[in-house]
Write a protein that binds this ligand. Structure first.
Ligand code: HEM
Length: 368
């Protein structure tokens, strides 16, 4: 007789769900100071300040998040608590903290900013922001999933910061999961596969929060996957073409003629042993808890990278997992290090480029 399927038991969020490392604050300060030194070197080469990570953008999209109606209770949390629409701005990027050629394969980012979100804020006192950011990368986990592992990698990156060519090659080798780089970085080789980043079309990729966050009464990872047929068709498609800004060209050409839809999905934690919060390098098995749809992102056809839009997204906007509400508190040491890391990177960038930091209150503030 077939077994009746038991409903999944989801882990409840509590303030005790995180575990701080004894030396965590010290490590965080070391990581952030090192990133700052590297960023200043990049600034000195360009005489323009870029992000410490995900410096290069490929497209900036205006659209909407439509939260699905009739979600079951565990999914009806935070910004997904009710069927409604939020204006969204998305910035597509590559991971390095420098403007490299698109011919160097590297992990890709999709940063989302929802506008008009109410609720107790994670970083009160930062103006009148009503935004909720979700930062996603095209791999389910981050190989350096806690502050100890991250500090090891950061030291190597800083050691070679004067040699952008070597860092470029290291990034490319990392992207292929090369063992030699694993030795260089003193990290477990299998975890490096996580940054394996074949040169695929960025609009066909699935993007993940990699680390956990609070999902109202529960705990989850978040992901965006191609939904409309035109971007589904691009999944696994190798990038063809040449040029240092090939990815921008692909994104701009695509959105000049058509729109796209992505589904936002969440994977709820069912077991903190098998789905750890403090080590974001561990894949949460989808056989234990699948990603479940909660809404869709709709981006109409548009000019995806006008000069005004590029400057606004690169120099004026900041995306930050801590821009948001308590109901989506980022969890684990790799998320906690990001409080100071993003603040420092954005402050330096805005100061050096003489730009005010802005959290948009309306989608109309994003230029066409
Ligand atoms: C845990 C998984 C992570 C994901 C999914 C992620 C994703 C991203 C994305 C998509 C961006 C680009 C945002 C934009 O378009 O403006 C970004 C920027 C950035 N990331 Fe991360 N990241 C992660 C972890 C980290 C960690 C551990 C650090 C530092 C220790 C870090 C430091 C930064 C910095 C400094 C920026 C630039 C911020 C700015 O200047 O505005 N990230 N990240």
């Amino acid at each position: 007789m077939p077994q009746a399927q038991q409903p999944l038991q989801y882990v409840r969020y509590s303030d005790q769900i995180e575990t701080r490392q004894a030396d965590e604050e010290e490590l965080i300060d070391k990581i952030v100071a090192s990133m700052g030194r590297v960023n200043r070197k990049v600034f000195d080469r360009h005489r323009h300040a870029t992000r410490d990570a995900h410096a290069k953008s490929h497209g900036v999209l205006k659209g909407e998040l439509i939260v699905y109606d009739g979600l079951p209770e565990p999914l009806r949390q935070g910004v997904f608590a009710a069927a409604r629409r939020y204006p969204v701005v998305a910035r597509l990027s590559s991971a390095p903290g420098d403007i490299l050629s698109d011919r160097v394969p590297s992990p890709r980012g999709m940063a989302l900013k929802l506008i008009g979100v109410d609720g107790p804020r994670l970083l009160p006192g930062r103006g009148e922001a009503r935004t909720q950011d979700f930062l996603l990368v095209n791999h389910p986990v981050i190989p350096f999933g806690h502050v100890h592992a991250y500090w090891e990698v950061q030291q190597t990156m800083e050691k070679h910061a004067d040699n952008p060519e070597l860092v470029r090659r290291a990034v490319a080798a990392l992207a292929r999961g090369a063992g030699k780089v694993a030795d260089l970085l003193h990290v477990d080789h299998p975890t490096l596969e996580a940054v394996g980043s074949p040169d695929l079309h960025p609009l066909g990729d699935t993007y993940y929060s990699m680390a956990a966050l609070r999902y109202g009464d529960y705990v989850a990872k978040v992901s965006a996957a191609p939904l409309s047929e035109n971007v589904k068709r691009l999944a696994g498609q190798h990038v063809n073409g040449d040029g240092d800004s090939l990815l921008r060209d692909l994104v701009v050409d695509f959105f000049a003629a058509q729109g796209a839809e992505y589904e936002l999905r969440v994977q709820l934690c069912t077991d903190v042993q098998r789905m750890p919060i403090e080590d974001a390098s561990v894949v949460w098995p989808e056989s234990d808890s699948p990603y479940l749809p909660v809404g869709k992102l709709v981006f109409p056809a548009q000019p995806a990278y006008s000069p005004a839009r590029r400057v606004y997204a690169d120099d004026v906007l900041s995306f930050n997992p801590w821009h948001g509400i308590e109901a989506h508190r980022p969890l684990g040491s790799i998320m906690r290090v990001r409080i100071k890391a993003y603040e420092m990177s954005s402050r330096f960038r805005h100061e050096m480029n003489v730009r005010e930091r802005v959290e948009p209150r309306s989608i109309d503030e994003i230029p066409d």
